[in-house]
Structure formats: C-alpha cells, structure tokens
Write a protein that binds this ligand. Structure first.
Ligand code: BG6
Length: 486
C-alpha cells in the first residue's frame, strides 16, 4: 500500500499534514460524499497526500455501523478503486461511522464519545476537520451544536487545530448570508472557517492567477485599453437530476452565478496580490467583487440580463407547478475601477444546453491591419481562452498571413492542453481533492472569505429581486439558450 510519504508533504511545505487527523463528514451517506468526497479522499490516500495517522468518521442519520458504512464506501469507490483492491481495503479500515440526527444535541455527545474512542485507537489527540456535506438548512444548527459541544476545541492552545468546511450555497441572499456569517464569526475564528467554492479548486482556474502574473506578453495589456470584453461561461448539457426540490428553491444564479462565475470573474480582474499569501489573494478577489456595478432598477435588469428556463423543467420531479425559477442566465457585468472601466464581462450559464463546457474568453481590441486588402473582417482581434473543462487548456488566437500569393490574413491558434502534455497521461487532480488537501494543510487561498461572499450576494440579490418584473424566456433542451438579442 502507498502509505503517506512525509517527503512529498514536506517538500511541498505542508508539514502540518503529518499530524494525526480525523475528518468528520456530516452527511456521510449523501450524494456529495458518495460521488465526490470518498473518491477524492481515496485518490489522495493512494497518492500519499493524506496524513499517515488518518481516520475518517462518517456522521449521518442513517442507521449504519462501521461495517455498514464500509460496505457503502466500497460500493461508492468501486469505479475509482478499479484494480487497487489492497489499497481500498487499507482505506476502508480508516473509516468509522456514527449515526445521529444533526438537529439533536444528544447526537453531538455521541459524536464526541465516538471521537474519543477513535483518538484512543490512534493513541493521541488528533486534528479535526468537520466537512458539512449537508443541505444548507442544517448549517446553522450544526455550527451551534458543534461549538456548544466543545468538539471544535483543538487538542491544546499550542497544538493542533479544528476546522469547519462549508459547502455553498452560503445563505440565500444578502441578509441570510450576513446572518449566517455572523453566527459563524461568533462561534469560530476566521482561520477555522473554510467556505468552499469548488470552482476555485479546479486546476485550470488556478492557472488564471498563475498565468496572468507570470507572462509579460499579456500582463501589460490586461486592462480597458486593450481588452474589449470578457466572457465567462459555464454550460451544462444535463438538467437538475434528482435535485428538483433543492434547485427549484435556488435557481441558476444562486446555484452557480453567485459563486463559481463570480469567482472566475474575480480571478480574471483582480489586481496583483504580490504573492501567494491567502489573505492578500482573498482581499484582491474581494475588491473586484466589491467594485461590481450594481443593477439598480428593473430597466437595468431588462437591459443587462436575460433569464431562461428550459422547456420541460416544470415537469421535473420536485419542481413546483408554474415555477418561475431560472435554469439559464446571461448578465452583462462591469467592474467599476480604473483598470476595467466600461469593459463588459458577460456571465452566462445554463442547464440542458447543447454543449457542456466552462471557459473564460478574453477578446482583445482589434487592430485595423493595413496588411489586409479586403475590407471584410478587418478588425483582427486576439482571443485568449482559458478552458476550464473539458479538455483543460489555454489557447491564443492570432492572425498570420495566408499561404501563397496573397496578402490576406487568417486566424491561427497557439494551444496548450493539460491532458495532451505527458502523452495524455497527466492526471489532473479533481477539485475536491484540492479542497480536502488544502483544508487539511490549512491553506485558505482557494476558499472564499466573508468579504467575497458578501460582495457577491450584494451584486446578485437585487438582480433576483428585479427579475420578478422581467420576462422568463423558455428555451429548448439541447439549444444554446433563449434567443434574445442583447
Ligand atoms: C454545483 C452546482 O455547485 O456546480 C451544480 O450546484 C452544478 O448545479 C455544478 O452542476 C457544476 O460543477 P462541475 O464541477 O460539475 O462543473
């Protein structure tokens, strides 16, 4: 079995990861845990990227014992593990299960007793990571019970840590997010709180930050003088699956706009944070979100936004009859600061679209090239594309002379693909691997701060309000979204 390699962790400056650690998953039998967390933990485990002394404690309502949970996990990991049967058994041996209702104080006593037993088996007090893979309605009671039960007190003042990882959506609007944040702030220190936006943890998204500040041929052009527009897209070809009730109360803008798309925008537009210090990077992202030009009236919403719903959405299980929930949106945003004044940032996302992709497309201003005889197509813009998924990569469209006895220009591409590099064998870590890895390492760069969350809600909340007075356009499944010219 590949046990943890301290050398790997140390060489990455992650010495903190060598300490004994318990990961407690709230909602251990839920969808997220089954599809994302257990596979991510297993892959990290096999790669030697988890502490050697590690235990994973599943905490859920379902009445399962340790063996029952291991069977559940074995099934969840069948595809991920493949032939790695020995590793799988070693991994499963690290799992423990505690049944409990999150709403009941008695469950936290049970959890606390259970953790004491686990620490007894580990032979020492361990760091604790509480991962809330539960519906947002449970957040507040869980935060309170966790704090009241003393479970979040570290081993000692000098030794160890306890952290809480929270999934989005963090609140439902300005007010609920602020209230939730106040509760969190009273119960925990900011360095204990890890608000997850799994998009930030996507490998190709991290590259926007790296690329921007490491390439002199682009950085001087990164402003309103040279950039014409920025398009940020998250297109999905699937619908809402079994999430009807949850999604219908949320809509696309809250589901992916308030978080994933605005975080992509923040990474493109932020100022140089001067290094990879978490506080500086988070502050630079927050400043961009705070500078978003508000949409202050319905007329503004009508002009700068489109919202749509795919045909057949109202027949999906769990969706209310006559639902006005959007499954698609397109927003023209502006960042009102010196660098970006009046450059449009288009945020677009939808479900059941023709193509599934996530990308950021930066179109530079065109040149009027005198090499081009034809008057058609004479604005020769360069286009830089960050492909987040699928086929992660970066490409630049540029203009070159057509071959032969002509002086016409034609578009060409310089492209780099993550997967093709290394003969297609390069494995790109899944976002949840990164979330868990950084959560254990205590690195908050890829997690959102209070300021970011609040600024994003401040921008989104009025749009949702004004949408009550603007049309909801229907679009066909498998199309490119509503046909509305804007
Ligand atoms: C989630 C949304 O946050 O992100 C889902 O709740 C969406 O509705 C998903 O499908 C998209 O993430 P990914 O990683 O599959 O692109």
């Amino acid at each position: 079995m590949s046990e943890v390699q301290p050398s790997i962790l140390e060489s990455e400056g992650k010495r903190g990861m060598i300490a004994p650690t318990i990961i407690v998953i709230f909602g251990a039998t839920g969808d997220l845990s089954q599809k994302k967390l257990l596979p991510a933990l297993f892959r990290l485990f096999c790669a030697g990227y988890l502490p050697a002394a590690l235990r994973i404690v599943g905490f859920s309502r379902r009445d399962l014992g340790d063996e029952g949970y291991r069977t559940f996990a074995r099934e969840a990991l069948a595809v991920t593990a493949g032939e790695r049967k020995t590793e799988l058994e070693h991994f499963l041996n690290r799992l423990t299960y505690i049944a409990g209702d999150f709403m009941l104080p008695a469950s936290y006593q049970k959890l606390s007793d259970g953790l004491i037993v686990v620490e007894g088996e580990m032979g020492q007090c361990a760091n604790k990571l509480f991962y809330l893979a539960v519906p947002p309605v449970s957040y507040e009671p869980i935060f309170k019970e966790l704090a009241d039960s003393g479970l979040t007190i570290p081993c000692s003042d000098e030794l160890g840590w306890t952290r809480v990882l929270v999934e989005k959506p963090f609140g439902n609007n300005n007010e609920t997010a602020a209230a939730l944040d106040r509760t969190l702030g009273l119960l925990f220190k900011e360095e204990q709180i890890f608000r997850i936006d799994h998009y930030l943890a996507k490998e190709a998204l991290q590259d926007i930050l790296m690329f921007r500040f490491s390439n002199l041929i682009f950085e001087p052009l990164w402003n309103k003088n040279y950039i014409d527009r920025v398009e940020i897209k998250l297109f999905e070809s699937h619908g809402i699956a079994e999430r009807g009730v949850f999604y219908d109360g949320l809509g696309a803008l809250r589901d992916v706009g308030q978080n994933h798309l605005l975080q992509m925008l923040a990474l493109v537009a932020m100022e140089n944070p001067g290094g990879l210090d978490a506080a500086a990077v988070r502050e630079a992202r927050a400043k961009v979100l705070q500078a978003l030009r508000p949409i202050t009236a319905s007329s503004d919403a009508l002009e700068r936004t489109v919202r749509g719903q795919y045909a057949g959405y109202q027949d999906e299980a769990g969706v209310a009859a006559g639902s006005q929930t959007e499954t698609y949106f397109r927003i023209q945003a502006f960042v009102d600061n010196e660098r970006w004044h009046d450059v449009p940032f288009y945020l677009e996302s939808g479900k059941m679209l023709e193509r599934a992709l996530a990308e950021v497309v930066i179109t530079f201003k065109g040149t009027e090239s005198f090499f081009c005889r034809s008057k058609e197509n004479h604005h020769h813009a360069n286009i830089l594309t960050f492909r987040i998924q699928p086929d992660e990569g970066i490409s630049v469209l540029f203009w070159a002379k057509q071959r032969g006895f002509t002086s016409q220009l034609e578009p060409k591409k310089l492209a780099f693909s993550y997967r093709e590099e290394g003969g297609g064998s390069t494995r790109i870590p899944d976002a949840y691997e990164r979330v868990l890895y950084d959560g254990i390492a205590g690195d908050q760069i890829l997690f959102t701060s209070t300021d970011e969350v609040m600024a994003a809600w401040k921008f989104i909340t009025p749009i949702i309000e004004h949408w009550k007075e603007t049309p909801l356009h229907q679009y066909e499944k498998g199309s490119t979204g509503p046909r509305v010219e804007k």
